[in-house]
Write a protein that binds this ligand. Structure first.
Ligand code: SAH
Length: 461
């Protein structure tokens, strides 16, 4: 370890900043966030820096650097544009045993600024000791993705209730309790943005604390997107990392599943057409049972759970059972496939609205409001429409859509195996057979399909 990370309490402490340009301003922003009082020495300063000085109840000394100013700060930052001046400041500060940082000159520094991840009172500093600042910044980006924006609110809640918890529980129990707070439903609720609900949960548990949580586990209903793992949301990824058990189905791609916590139990509940490996009732019950065992249950769905995903039915049972749950949206197939195929779903010249329609046959039949679907100026997106494709195209033409209306099939959209088959209402059903298109596939009908050749990008080559 080349540098020791220390956490400085700078609240209301005078910090001497020599220099008034853009770099000094950047440092001043950080110091101000930490509550420092800014003493700025410079001939000129930026408008923002002037405001920061005022906001921190500090002082602007309009002057060039003089050693006697060192008396004014508990730490020193040399941020002038003149290297020789910065070197002099560093030397003087070290003689005075003051911690000093000189911008962009590690050899003049006795401390450096790490890359910082900030969540309310929580701060994480990453320092590579000057060896690889870009690496430190990359690690910061990874931590940013890993830590919910709500982590700060969670830390604030803990600070607010610390004394109350201390008074209620003996020391031996406190640690268990806080462990539960930071890993269970309190954390989930606060991180999902509902601090009040988290606080209520915490206080309920506190009043009845028996050494372990009395409540059940929880369920995360998460949209895993159409296949490309890069399309997951940050929240989806975080919950995937926390789950004890995951229930997934056929549409969840192997690459997405890969990102679930390694030691989480995996249960396949997939459905294939006409073949239900676990009937829906069974899935609903399983979710409830697992949560009641105190587990964090991840129900991972392809695309978005609330778009042809039966998400509503599954959480209906969970809500009835009084089990805490949250729903995380995912990129739905229509959105993913259309982007990756270069087919915009709306376009000024072709479509002013878009419809998501189920093409799933019930007893070999498709009852849809064909008249409305055949209206001009819209894009139609059929989910589960491969088996019924012939019927779909025939009915649309019978109700007035021109036979030459462009139509496309996107097979395994957003995955490395994506294929796009383009034709029109007369040719697409035959193309599906001759090209051997397989599920999952999405059908897109409308003028926007004609843009595919022009707007396709390198993902679809
Ligand atoms: N909840 C999912 C849809 C489930 S219905 C979502 O929001 O995307 C299943 C149908 O979605 C499939 O029959 C197919 O039409 C479509 N689908 C899902 N993933 C797909 C993909 N990667 N490529 C093409 N179609 C897909």
């Amino acid at each position: 370890m080349r540098y020791l990370p220390l956490a400085f309490d700078l609240r209301e402490r005078p910090c001497l900043l020599i220099g008034g340009g853009a770099i000094a301003t950047r440092k001043a922003r950080l110091l101000h966030k930490a509550g420092a009082q800014l003493i700025v020495v410079s001939l000129e300063i930026t408008e923002e820096l002037r405001q920061l000085v005022t906001a921190s109840a500090g002082e602007f000394i309009q002057s060039s650097y003089r050693p006697e100013y060192l008396d004014r700060g508990d730490l020193v930052i040399a941020a002038t544009a003149d290297e020789a001046v910065n070197a002099a400041i560093s030397r003087d500060a070290q003689d005075a045993r003051l911690p000093v940082n000189a911008v962009d000159a590690p050899e003049l520094c006795t401390f450096t600024f790490p890359a910082i991840v900030e969540r309310g009172p929580l701060s994480i500093g990453i320092s590579s000791g000057g060896a690889a600042p870009v690496l430190a910044r990359r690690i910061r980006a990874q931590l940013e993705a890993l830590l919910s924006p709500g982590t700060g609110a969670l830390a604030e809640l803990a600070a607010r209730l610390r004394d109350q918890v201390k008074a209620a529980l003996p020391e031996t129990e406190r640690r268990n309790f806080w462990d539960w707070v930071f890993s269970g439903p309190v954390a989930s609720k606060v991180e999902a943005g509902n601090v009040d609900a988290g606080e209520r949960e915490l206080l309920d548990q506190l009043s009845a604390w028996q050494g372990s949580p009395a409540s059940t586990g929880e369920v995360y209903l998460v949209g895993g997107g159409p296949g490309d793992p890069d399309l997951l949301t940050f929240r989806a990824l975080r919950l995937m990392q926390q789950a004890d058990v995951v229930l997934y189905d056929r549409l969840v791609s192997a690459q997405v599943l890969e990102l679930v916590r390694r030691d989480a139990e995996r249960i396949y509940v997939g459905k294939k057409k006409e073949f239900h490996s676990v009937p829906q009732d069974g899935i609903n019950q399983l979710l409830v049972d697992l949560a009641r065992q105190g587990k964090k249950v991840l129900r991972l769905k392809g695309g978005d759970p609330f778009i042809f995903g039966r998400g509503g039915e599954e959480i209906d049972r969970i809500a009835e059972a009084g089990i805490p749950f949250q729903v995380v949206p995912g990129i739905t197939a229509a959105s993913g496939c259309s982007s990756y195929a270069g087919i915009p779903l709306t376009h000024r010249d072709f479509a002013q609205s878009v419809r998501f329609i189920t093409g799933h046959l019930k007893q070999g039949e498709l009852r849809l409001p064909w008249q409305e679907l055949a209206a001009p100026g819209q894009t139609l997106v059929f989910y589960m429409g491969l088996t019924g494709l012939e019927t779909i195209c025939r009915e649309l033409m019978a109700h007035g859509l021109p036979a030459e209306t462009p139509a496309a099939l996107v097979e395994k959209g957003t995955t490395p195996e994506q294929r796009v088959v383009v034709g029109d209402l007369t040719t697409l059903p035959n193309l599906a057979i001759s090209e051997n298109v397989e599920a999952p596939a999405l059908t897109i009908v409308g003028g926007v399909v004609s843009l595919h050749e022009k707007l396709r990008w390198y993902r679809d080559q």
